[in-house]
Design a protein around this ligand. Structure first.
Ligand code: CUK
Ligand code: CUA
Length: 765
């Protein structure tokens, strides 16, 4: 048996090593000038560093939710520090979070099956946060999947994916997720035209049978879920619809979706025909689609829809007849459509044009009201005259893509793909104000709440497509590059390059961190994916194994540092369902759970109940353990799954172990425990002598420590009962368990003490 150090000794060693580290650092660091010289830094570099550096324990002012591209995830990072905080698993299994491994999250992923097929990948593009009056409110996040038209809902109370809905009519999608100013609807526009019905239609029928569409998903904020039964779509021509945005203020009630390839070219390079890229860029203008979505919602409620694949669709002829759909030309192969904060204008940039076009909603509305149209498209949709709708057009650079707004009036930033620049300009006066080079080939850009009614300014992030030479080479697949730019002054200033080792992040949204109110733990026994008490929850002392309907259900608990039960024995072929509740109340005391050869990892955060159902198909011995280093005795947080061959009886023979203990062992352990209690008492004394109640985190730690002390008292009692019966073997083991709870108590106590020291706690008067 390993010799255990006394707790007092551990304390002294820790103090000494801390002291040494402090001394070494000061000797090495030198002066600021020395460091600048050694690292070749300029004053400008230092200024940039000072604007982003976040000292230990510091927090960020903004949080960013970035698409994780083909990783099927969402990345969360802070601004200005650019520190990555989380990857939220959405369309793709992610073992650390147990996503796609526990039964609860498997059910969420299964919602994303298309025509019975499991799709374990998503091409995420545009995250969108719920809005109230056009401003992000931080309650929920939506993200789309371009490859397999789907929309996911993430609850920002726990940063978990709660729902995936499959678009019933689209075969490709890009213009989502865009949220209406009060989150009534989340919008999703198709990309590559295809028949809305499922099944084969030859390309020779492209003009008649292939279609685009835009879907308005109804969001039930109370339930925190999209409601397919209250959602509808609008049939659109077979153009390649692209990005979208909702109007706000004067343009509230309208949505905008632009498009490319209005040439309706169908490709065929293999037959010697010019490729798509030639056929889809011939015309000088494409169309932005304007939809009166509030009126569309009324038409849907009035039943003026056609059911396609069980989903209500407002057909184009209805839309034309009812006057809810209009087209406006837009130059040329456009990409972004971005409504200004006041809702009076929207800006569209053409990838193959050097201009950004500012459209005036007032002018558009006047034309529509006067039925002043320039013509009709082949599907009978009225087209407005481009010139009559424009406020202004501004030359911003080669290959302009997306726009974001500043807190300063009329200031907009446009990403310039070909020039690898960001252009700052004034959309009211049409003046270009500043340009900055970025590395390289920017796609989207993102300002702080820069697509809302009240942008916050300060910072801009350039989401670049290529990194090329910016980082240490890591093979042919390079990281992505997010560059942080200071936009607080007249001139933009580059602050920081952040390599992103994850998919191609298209769009990102930032929100003031203070708007987010995530919880630190779940209510005890919580099914986090359904947001309700789990039917499989259990409490400490109530753990049980129950056979029901041919399934062996194990109701277990996880707590520092043991799994209950520690031995699970089943027969070959038995169906087993494990349900573990993390019964910790402490912040950040997550436990994991993995069993050898069963392809499973659970992440069981405090309060959560997670399940894993499997068939014990092969006889054998399968160790299981906790996969999070949760405590000093984490490695001992273990157990055995024993799968008995069919027909073999369970052996009830006495457990044989490596060691038995005597009274001398018991006395030694007790002496150690009493000494440890002395240390704990002194730490407790230190804490309670100070104003610890003024620190929320410390109060939580003290609560947790009290829990551990109660467990210690329990173990102590058991130990004493066995000692009274002269069973020194069990008495010693329970005394050891008592000591383990003491160690946990002391660990928590020390954390509290450090916190108090670092946050200037004062001695009580
Ligand atoms: S897209 Cu990728 S750069 Cu999907 Cu919004 Cu423009
Ligand atoms: Cu729980 Cu390691």
């Amino acid at each position: 048996m390993m010799k255990k150090k006394s707790f007092a000794k551990i304390l002294t060693t820790a103090t000494i090593s801390l002291g040494l580290a402090g001394w070494a650092a000061s000797a090495w660091a030198g002066s600021l000038e020395d460091v600048m010289k050694a690292r070749g830094l300029t004053q400008k570099d230092l200024l940039a560093a000072a604007k982003t550096y976040t000292p230990t324990g510091g927090r960020d002012e903004f949080l960013v939710f970035s698409s994780g591209g083909q990783s099927g995830q969402v990345m969360v990072y802070g601004i200005p520090s650019m520190r990555i905080l989380k990857y939220i698993a959405v369309f793709t299994p992610e073992p650390w979070q147990g996503y796609g491994f526990d039964d609860e999250s498997k059910a969420v992923l299964a919602q994303g099956k298309i025509k019975g097929k499991t799709i374990n990948f998503g091409d995420t593009h545009h995250p969108g946060i719920t809005e109230t009056n056009g401003d992000t409110d931080g309650e929920f996040l939506f993200i789309n999947d371009k490859a397999n038209p789907r929309m996911a809902v993430i609850d920002l109370k726990d940063f978990e994916t709660k729902q995936i809905v499959v678009n019933p009519i689209m075969k490709s999608e890009h213009g989502g997720a865009f949220v209406s100013p009060n989150s009534d609807y989340v919008m999703e526009a198709s990309q590559y035209p295809a028949p809305l019905e499922n099944g084969y239609v030859p390309l020779s029928k492209f003009n008649e049978k292939y279609r685009g569409a835009v879907t308005y998903w109804k969001f039930d904020r109370k339930k925190g879920r999209l409601d397919p039964s209250k959602s509808f779509s609008l049939e659109l021509p077979p153009y390649s619809q692209d990005l979208s945005d909702f109007g706000k203020g004067p343009s509230d009630g309208w949505s905008f979706t632009n498009s490319f390839c209005t040439e309706r070219y169908i490709g065929g390079i293999e037959k010697g025909r010019p490729p798509f890229e030639a056929g889809c860029s011939q015309k000088d203008t494409d169309f932005v689609h304007m939809v009166n979505w509030k009126k569309a919602a009324e038409l849907f409620k009035a039943g003026k829809t056609t059911m396609i694949n069980g989903h209500p669709v407002i057909m184009m002829d209805t839309a034309v007849k009812e006057g809810i759909l209009f087209l406006i030309p837009e130059p040329k192969s456009p990409h972004g459509v971005d409504v200004t904060p006041d809702g009076k204008f929207f800006i569209i940039a053409g990838k193959l044009d050097t201009h950004a076009s500012v459209y005036s909603f007032a002018k558009i509305k006047a034309l529509i009201d006067a039925k002043d149209y320039a013509g009709k498209d082949p599907y009978g949709i009225p087209i407005l005259d481009l010139k009559k709708t424009l406020h202004t057009q501004v030359q911003v650079g080669l290959g302009p893509l997306h726009n974001q707004y500043d807190s300063k009036e009329c200031i907009v930033y446009t990403s310039i793909y070909v020039d690898s620049q960001i252009t700052k300009w004034n959309y009211c006066t049409g003046k270009v104000l500043d340009k900055i080079n970025i590395h390289y080939n920017v796609g989207h850009l993102m300002a702080m709440e820069g697509d809302t009614a009240h942008p916050k300014g300060k910072y801009l992030v350039s989401l670049n497509k290529l990194a090329i030479d910016r980082f240490n080479p890591v093979g042919p697949l390079h990281p992505q590059n997010h560059q942080l730019i200071d936009i607080s002054g007249d001139k933009m200033q580059l602050l920081y390059d952040m390599p992103v080792p994850l998919g191609e992040p298209h769009y990102a949204v930032a929100i003031q961190a203070s708007k987010l109110k995530p919880k630190v733990r779940y209510k005890l026994g919580w099914n986090s994916r359904e947001d309700k008490k789990s039917i499989w929850r259990t409490r400490p002392g109530r753990e049980k194994i129950v056979k029901k309907d041919g399934v062996t259900h194990v109701y277990g608990t996880l707590i520092r540092s043991h799994i209950t039960p520690e031995i699970i024995e089943v027969e070959e072929g038995e169906k087993v369902s494990l349900h573990f509740t993390n019964v910790e109340r402490a912040q950040d005391e997550t436990h994991g759970f993995a069993i050898n050869n069963f392809n499973v990892n659970l992440s069981v955060e405090p309060g959560k109940t997670a399940s894993f159902t499997f068939t014990a198909d092969k006889p054998g011995v399968y160790p299981y353990y906790c996969t999070e280093f949760c405590s000093a005795l984490h490695l001992e947080m273990q157990g055995y799954l024993l799968v008995r061959p069919k027909g073999v009886k369970a052996s009830d023979a006495a457990v044989s172990e490596g060691q038995t203990y005597t009274k001398a062992d018991y006395d030694k352990q007790i002496k150690n425990n009493v000494a440890t209690q002395g240390v704990i008492d002194s730490v407790v004394g230190y804490i309670t002598a100070r104003n610890f109640k003024s620190f929320k985190s410390v109060v939580a730690l003290v609560e947790d420590a009290t829990d551990q002390l109660n467990f210690a008292a329990d173990a102590k009692k058991k130990s004493e009962e066995f000692a009274a019966k002269g069973d020194y073997n069990n008495a010693t083991l329970w005394a050891q368990q008592w000591f383990q709870y003491q160690v946990k108590t002391a660990d928590i106590g020390l954390r509290a003490k450090t916190y108090l020291d670092e946050h200037g706690a004062v001695v009580n008067k």
